[in-house]
Design a protein around this ligand. Sequence first.
Ligand code: GLN
Length: 533
Amino acid sequence: MHSTRYIFITGGVTSSLGKGIISASLAKLLQLRGYNVTIQKLDPYLNVDPGTLNPYEHGECYVTNDGAETDLDLGHYERFLNRPTSQENNVTTGRIYQNVINKERRGDYLGKTVQVIPHVTDEIKRNIKLLGTKHKYDIVITEIGGTVGDIESLPYIEAVRQLRWEMPGKTAVVHLTLVPYLSATGELKTKPTQHSVKMLLENGVQPDVLVLRTEKPLNNEIRRKVALFCNVEIDAVIESRDVSTIYEVPLLMYEEKLDEIVMKKLSLPYSREPDLSQWREFVNRLKNPSKVINIALVGKYVELADAYKSIIESLIHAGAVHNIKANVKLIHSEQLTAENIGQKLDGVKGIIVAPGFGHRGIEGKILAAKYARENNIPFFGICLGMQVAVIEFARNVLGLKDAHSTEMNRNTPYPVIDLMEHQKEITDKGGTMRLGAYNCELVKDTKVYKIYNSSSISERHRHRYEFNNQYIGQFEKAGMIVAGVNPEMNLVEIIELKNHKWYIGVQFHPEYKSTVENPHPLFVDFLKAALDN
Ligand code: GLN
């Protein structure tokens, strides 16, 4: 294909309508039709990246291979498309302004007054086109965060308007809105959609396609009304019904012909029908599990399940492999005590201790690691979860009283988890952790060696603290062995218990690499162990 096409996904009426899933679903369909597609998310907040955000704000921070801390929607893009994303796939207003101000300080603007229009909008346009020009994608889908009408979104919408003007026929705008159902009158209401399209039009953008999120099916009359009042073709009014799993959305969008209408708008040659058989098979397995098992996910952000998005999705992928459903019980680590742990974890077949930062809830996580170790319950410690397993083992097996991570207790007599020397000089919090993909050599005759069926792997990281190598000898003698090491820096990446069914802690985040097509082997094997338990 000669020139990149750009699809913009905007949202109206309310947030949380699932723009990310619609973007990923459309991308999947186009990918299955043979196009080289990527998805980008533009976030209208002033943080340079979501790395410094509390998970309660926007959910999990997703990390790419190149170490970018990004919006969790990028996780959906990778899980659907089975292709890695990078820093270029997530841009925030903070980063746009930072770039513009850096250019101003360098003198790049040659004495001009630097303004939102054209300088900020030009920087937005540059970031949108970068993916298309640098990486030669056939199609770039850009999801605009926020809701049309927000002050923060205005420069983005203006950039979209300009790009449409600059590249006639090469762009399409898909606008996602809500059609609420009023139970009192038993009606679906289109007025909020009309208003939100008006708002787009006021900003000079006519959407090509409307995706209407709805609880009830839309009849023809409603479709016609929306088409007429919003100035789109009737075929371009797409119904997006609530479904039980996000993985059903591509199938639904295919039935609604979202991909076809978009291809028509972009004059993309009609190549082949997407082969959805594998995807259907996966959804089938998801929806009809032969068994349900309880898995505890012990963390401190449990009020918001989005905080652990990738872990939960990885369990869904792995469950489909065994044709089971992992029923994830989110357990608040702050509420775990030695007295209630047996009751709280009753009936649980496997325990995951989640990643996290800071002191709050740490003792409950340590208790969970102890409980799993002593009761021979499959245990999977991820990042902080691995560190917790190490602390627990030090305290209760090695007898190192008050052993801790220096993150939680700077003056611990036994800093079994500690900062690397070069980390000690860093004071800025943004973007300064060990981030992104690192190599790991697996030790022969360990569980993980068998699970990965390989001696060297690469996994993504997001942490500051590390296993303190001074203690390796003591740990190994007592039965907690080092099963994976980063060869460049000689850092412990994986620990496992010798005399245990399945007790593995990983310093990295395997959950970032699990996709529908490639469920992560650690999650797959963990569920198998839980199933056998
Ligand atoms: N707080 C720990 C560290 O910085 C673990 C981080 C995490 O779990 N992602 O090392």
